[in-house]
Design a protein around this ligand. Sequence first.
Ligand code: IMP
Length: 456
Amino acid sequence: MPQLSTPHAAVVGLQWGDEGKGKIVDLLTARYDCIVRYNGGANAGHTVQVGTERYALHLIPSGILSKGKINVVGNGVVVDPEKILEEIDGLRKRGVEVGSNLRISDRAHVVMPYHKDQDAALEDLLAKRAGTAGNGGSIGTTRRGIGPAYADKIRRSTAIRMGDLLNREVLERKLDTICSMRMAELEALGATIGTGANEVRPLVPSELATRFAAAGEKLRPHITDTVYLLHDEMRAGRSVLFEGANACLLDIDHGTFPFVTSSNCSTLGIPSGSGVPGRQIGKVYGIMKAYSTRVGGGPFVTELLDATGDRIRKRGREYGTTTGRARRCGWLDLVAVRYSTMVCGADAIACTLLDVLSGFDELNVCVGYRRADGTITDRFVPDAERMTEFTPVYETLPGWSRELTDCHERSDLPIEAQQYLTFIEQYTATPIELVSVGPERNQTLESACRATAGAR
Ligand code: IMP
């Protein structure tokens, strides 16, 4: 491997999320000093298994589970203050230290309760109108208020940032303007304002200001200018790992729009979401699972709506960390993964959940999309409307029957599993450096770079 020009790296999901990034970040954390979240909010969910303990993290970087790391929630994240406080309490109760090792950007935007109401009201409205002209139905969001919070960030005058929580007066002044406007918007979306069941409670600026200034007080020790913090750390010779939330195909600009989340969750979001220039990132690890899943609506060319899909879901325990929803499952879509590898600039791939595929006689891998007119493309089209015409073109590879959970080297894997990995490397022209065959830290095979063939 050539010497890296900078010690900083990024980890990003190459599919629609839930690729097992938490485990890989947790593994890589040992090698870096600062772990940084740069996008998304409590819509993300990492499950990290440490020994017999299982931690579900939503906003706090997984580095919090390792001693001596600085964990940064960057300016590109949207923070639900009460959720992050809950997460901090939960970690402390289990003996995890959360103090000066957690820093939250004063410029990160705040997710307020009305963002969640708006998210739900819009989703309900879209679901009701599904099938009407130009309406593809609801997005299937996590209803965590992510889209509306980012919308306020872009609208500017109705936004609240973490730094605002530290000044009750400023907060109440902002909320004065926001609340009346927001109630009208909620009503326009079909919500009823009231105190009954299924009604949205009236928004009272002073009440909200008191509640969120209190959350701000508790978070005060963590809130800071994380841009200077990161640059100071880097200048002092410390290394940084950027932890992507959600995943490349959910990127607001480069994903399957509009069935995406509202942030740049590819590595392209790192500079704007952390204040660190892209050229500082020396290595990008793209994480992919050995098959495909997605939650919510939107195109999914390789989706399996049959017993094979059910089998993958069961073996892979494919239920959301954040919402508990059953995930849609399908064969590996290499057209999509190669696209994400290109957009994210992935230098290496970590392939997770390979063990889930044990027991299939044959495995299909999507290497092209067939259009309605019968022509084939191997280019991804990040547009939901245009993707609906695609059907998958598969290459069929031999499966393996043996369980993989006690393999320790890539060479321990059945030859068919090794061939599966080599096929991915050749198609994406990217080496697979890590392979995960189980949830434990030690169920990870690290291999030296393989020779890769083919072009991106
Ligand atoms: P939102 O981010 O809650 O607005 O949801 C937008 C879309 O992104 C929905 O399809 C969600 O299911 C999906 N999504 C958001 N975050 C994640 C994630 O971390 N994993 C998987 N899907 C996600």
